[in-house]
Design a protein around this ligand. Structure first.
Ligand SMILES: Nc1nc2c(ncn2[C@@H]2O[C@H](COP(=O)(O)OP(=O)(O)OP(=O)(O)O)[C@@H](O)[C@H]2O)c(=O)[nH]1
Ligand SMILES: [Mg+2]
Length: 647
C-alpha cells in the first residue's frame, strides 16, 4: 500500500508534548536520558521503568516535554504498564508519539507500532539498535519502512548519539502524515465503518476500541454500544475466536509482512556468534546453575574484599587524624564532648562502613542488570519458581533485592497479578539487601569468620524459599501465564553503570548520611540524659533475656529500623569502638547479625510495601519478619551454647 502524504504541520505554541512508547528494553529511557540530560534508571531487563518520568528539551524558543513511559507489548489494558500508558494518553494528550523500535526484534515491535499509528496522532519512529541488528546480519531499509508506515523512521544508535539530531528535528516539526493503518478482516472492517457512520466524529481508533469492548466503551451512548456488542458477537461466532485474538492475528500478519519487506538477512558477524555461544553456556542447566552460584558467591566475596579494604583505610584514617586529636583537644562541658564525639563516630561509621560496601554492591549489581544476566538467571530459575506458583519473572525483584529492597519491591509492579506482587514483595523483604550486607560483612565476616557470614546468606535464602513456598500456596489469586522476554546479552555501558550507582548512592549521601549524623548527635544527648538506659532497660527481656546481647543493642536495633546499616553504626557509637571483637563474643555478633537481617524491613521499604501491596499486607509481612527474627535468633543464641556444652 502506497500511503498518500498530506503533510500538515501541527501548530502548538506551548511546549510540544512527546510520549516515548515502545516495547520493554528497546532503549526508551536511554533515549530520554540522552535527549533531556536527566538521569533515569537504564537496565537490560524488561520492566525497568514502572513510573512515568518527565523532562524538557528547548531549542530556538520551542520546547519539547518528553515523557518516558513503561515498556508495553500492546495497547490493550491487560497489564498495569499498558494501563499506565493508556491513562497517560487519555489524560496528558501528547502532541507526538516517539515510538522506539528495537531493530533486532522488528516484527514484534511493529505490532505495537501499528497500534500506535491507529491513535491518529503524529508519530516519529526511532529505529534503535541498528548496529546490533547489523551485527546479527540484518539490514533494515529505514526509508522503505518510512514509506510503508507513512511516518518518519530514523535509525538510531543511542550509545553513540547517532541519529539523535535528525530525531529531535522530526520531533520539533511534528506533521500529521498519512499513517499505515492495519487492514483487518473484511468482516471487522465493515463493522468499523458502520460504527463510524453511526456517530459523527467517531474515529477509527474509537470504533475499534468499541468493537473490542475496551473499558472506556462504557462512556458511549447506549445505542452505539449495543450495536458494537451485536457486531462483536457476530464476528466472534463466525470466526469462532474472541475479537481480541482476531484483531491481534491481523496485526501480527501485517507486522510480519512489513518486516519481511524491509529487512534483509546476511551472515551474522563473528561477535554475534560468540555472544550466542556465551549465552548457551549461561542458559544450559548444568553450566548455567554453576555460573549462577559462582556469580553470587563471587559478588559477595568482591564486596567483602573491596569493602573491607576501603573500610580499614577510612576508619583508620578517621580515627588517627580526626577522632583522637579532636576528642583529646576538647576540654569543655561533658555534654558538648559527648555530642562531638558521637557525631564524629557517626560520620566515621557512615564513611567507613557504609560507603565502601554499599557502593561496591551497587556497582556489581548494575553490571549484572545491564549485561542482561538478570534475565538469564530468571529463566534458569523459572522452573523452580513455578514450584512456588510464581513466574520466573519474579526472580528479578528477588535478585534486585540484594541491592536495595525499595526498588526491588517497586519492580514487582511489573508482575501481572496482585497475588504475585504480594508473595514476591514478602520474599524480597527476606533477601539481605546491601544495607544488611553491611552488617553481615562489617560485623560477622570481619570479626567472626567468612563462612559464618556466608551461613547467614544461606539461612536467608532458605527462609526466602520457605516464605515463597508457604505464601505461594496460601495467598489466593490468579496465577500468571505470561512469558518473559529474553533480552540480548550486552556489554554494559560504563556511563549507565556509574549513573545508576550514583543515583542510588545519592539517596544515601543526601538522605541517610545527614540522618545518621543527626541521629548520632541525638544519641549522645539521650545517653547523657540517661534516657537510653530506660529504653534499653524496658527491652532488656528481649535483648538480654532472649538474644543474650548487652542491653544497649536495643537502641542500635531501634535505629536500624530507620536504615538497616544504622544498626551497626549505632552499635559502634554505643560500644565506643568499631573493633567489635573487643566488646562482643563471636556468638553475640552472629546473633546480632541474624536478628538485624531478619527483623522488620527499614522504614523506606515499609513505605514502598504499603504503596505496592496495601496497609494490611504490609502490617502482616512486617509482623511476620519480626516474629521470625525473634524465633530464629533466639534459637541460635540459646541452642549454640547448649550444644557447645554437650560437645
Ligand atoms: N546495543 C544497543 N543497546 C542499546 C541502545 N540503546 C539502548 N541500549 C541498551 O538497551 C537496554 C535497555 O535500555 P533502556 O533505556 O533501559 O530501555 P527501556 O526501553 O527504557 O526499557 P523499559 O524501561 O524496561 O521499558 C540497556 O542495556 C541499554 O544500554 C543502542 O542503541 N544499542
Ligand atoms: Mg525505561
Amino acid at each position: 500500500m502506497k500511503p498518500v502524504k498530506v503533510a500538515r504541520p501541527i501548530k502548538v505554541a506551548r511546549p510540544i508534548k512527546v510520549a516515548l512508547i515502545g516495547n520493554p528494553t528497546v532503549g526508551k529511557s536511554s533515549l530520554f536520558s540522552r535527549l533531556t540530560g536527566i538521569g533515569v534508571i537504564i537496565s537490560n531487563y524488561p520492566g525497568t521503568t514502572v513510573e512515568v518520568a518527565h523532562g524538557r528539551v528547548a531549542h530556538d524558543g520551542v520546547s519539547l516535554d518528553l515523557s518516558d513511559l513503561p515498556g508495553v507489548y500492546s495497547l490493550d489494558t491487560a497489564s498495569s504498564e499498558e494501563r499506565t500508558v493508556l491513562d497517560f494518553l487519555r489524560d496528558e494528550r501528547p502532541d507526538v508519539i516517539l515510538n522506539v523500535v528495537d531493530s533486532t526484534r522488528l516484527e514484534r515491535n511493529l505490532y505495537l507500532t501499528l497500534e500506535v499509528l491507529e491513535l491518529g496522532l503524529p508519530v516519529v519512529v526511532a529505529l534503535n539498535m541498528v548496529e546490533e541488528a547489523h551485527a546479527q546480519g540484518m539490514d533494515i531499509d529505514a526509508e522503505a519502512l518510512s514509506r510503508v508506515l507513512g511516518v518518519p523512521v530514523i535509525p538510531t544508535y543511542i550509545h553513540r548519539g547517532a541519529g539523535l539530531e535528525e530525531l529531535t528535528h522530526a520531533l520539533f516539526h511534528p506533521r500529521l502524515l498519512k499513517p499505515r493503518l492495519t487492514r483487518y478482516d473484511r468482516h471487522v472492517e465493515a463493522f468499523i465503518r458502520q460504527l463510524m457512520g453511526m456517530q459523527l466524529g467517531l474515529t477509527r481508533y474509537e470504533a475499534i476500541r468499541l468493537l473490542s469492548n475496551a473499558p472506556e466503551a462504557s462512556k458511549y451512548p447506549e445505542g452505539i454500544r449495543t450495536a458494537a456488542e451485536m457486531m462483536r458477537k457476530e464476528v466472534e461466532q463466525s470466526h469462532n475466536e474472541p475479537i481480541g485474538d482476531i484483531l491481534a492475528g491481523n496485526r501480527y500478519a501485517e507486522a510480519g509482512l512489513i518486516a519481511k519487506g524491509v529487512a534483509r538477512q546476511r551472515q551474522p558477524s563473528p561477535e554475534a556468534t560468540l555472544r550466542e555461544r556465551i549465552d548457551d553456556l549461561l542458559m544450559s542447566p548444568l553450566s548455567g546453575f554453576l555460573i549462577l552460584a559462582l556469580a553470587i558467591l563471587g559478588m559477595l566475596l568482591i564486596v567483602f574484599l573491596v569493602g573491607g579494604f576501603l573500610e580499614d583505610i577510612i576508619v583508620g584514617a578517621m580515627e588517627t587524624y580526626v577522632i583522637s586529636p579532636v576528642s583529646g583537644a576538647l576540654v569543655t562541658h561533658p555534654l558538648v564532648l559527648v555530642i562531638v564525639k558521637y557525631t564524629l563516630i557517626g560520620i566515621q561509621a557512615g564513611l567507613g562502613i557504609v560507603i565502601p560496601y554499599i557502593m561496591t554492591f551497587y556497582l556489581l549489581m548494575a553490571v549484572l542488570e545491564n549485561s542482561g544476566y538478570l534475565t538469564r538467571a530468571a529463566f534458569l530459575l523459572d522452573e523452580v519458581m513455578h514450584k512456588f506458583r510464581l513466574h520466573g519473572r519474579a526472580m528479578i525483584p528477588l535478585i534486585l533485592g540484594f541491592g536495595c529492597s525499595v526498588p526491588a519491591i517497586m519492580s514487582t509492579k511489573a508482575l501481572q497479578t496482585k497475588r504475585e506482587r504480594i508473595v514476591t514483595s514478602a520474599m524480597v523483604c527476606m533477601v539481605p539487601c546491601s544495607a544488611r550486607s553491611v552488617v553481615i560483612m562489617g560485623l560477622v565476616a570481619s570479626f567472626v569468620s567468612i563462612p559464618a557470614a556466608l551461613s547467614i546468606y544461606l539461612l536467608m535464602i532458605l527462609i526466602t524459599i520457605a516464605m515463597g513456598y508457604v505464601l505461594g500456596r496460601t495467598v489466593k489469586g490468579e496465577e500468571m501465564g505470561f512469558v518473559m522476554e529474553m533480552v540480548p546479552l550486552r556489554v554494559p555501558q560504563v556511563k549507565d553503570i556509574l549513573d545508576k550507582t550514583w543515583m542510588q548512592m545519592k539517596e544515601f549521601i543526601y538522605v541517610a548520611f545527614p540522618l545518621l549524623i543527626a541521629g548520632s548527635a541525638v544519641l549522645g544527648v539521650l545517653q547523657y540524659a540517661g534516657i537510653l538506659d530506660v529504653v534499653n532497660g524496658l527491652l532488656a527481656p528481649v535483648t538480654t533475656g532472649i538474644l543474650g546481647l548487652p542491653p544497649y543493642t536495643a537502641t542500635a536495633l531501634i535505629f536500624g529500623v530507620l536504615r538497616k546499616e544504622m544498626a551497626l553504626e549505632t552499635l559502634a557509637v554505643l560500644a565506643g569502638t568499631a573493633q567489635f571483637n573487643t566488646v562482643f563474643t563471636a556468638l553475640q555478633m552472629y546473633v546480632f547479625g541474624v536478628f538485624t537481617t531478619i527483623y522488620m524491613p527499614c522504614i523506606a521499604t515499609v513505605t514502598m510495601l504499603n504503596r505496592v501491596v496495601g496497609l494490611k499486607d504490609t502490617i502482616l509481612i512486617t509482623g511476620l519478619t519480626f516474629l521470625l527474627a525473634l524465633v530464629i535468633s533466639g534459637l541460635i543464641a540459646n541452642l549454640v551454647p547448649l550444644l557447645a556444652a554437650l560437645i
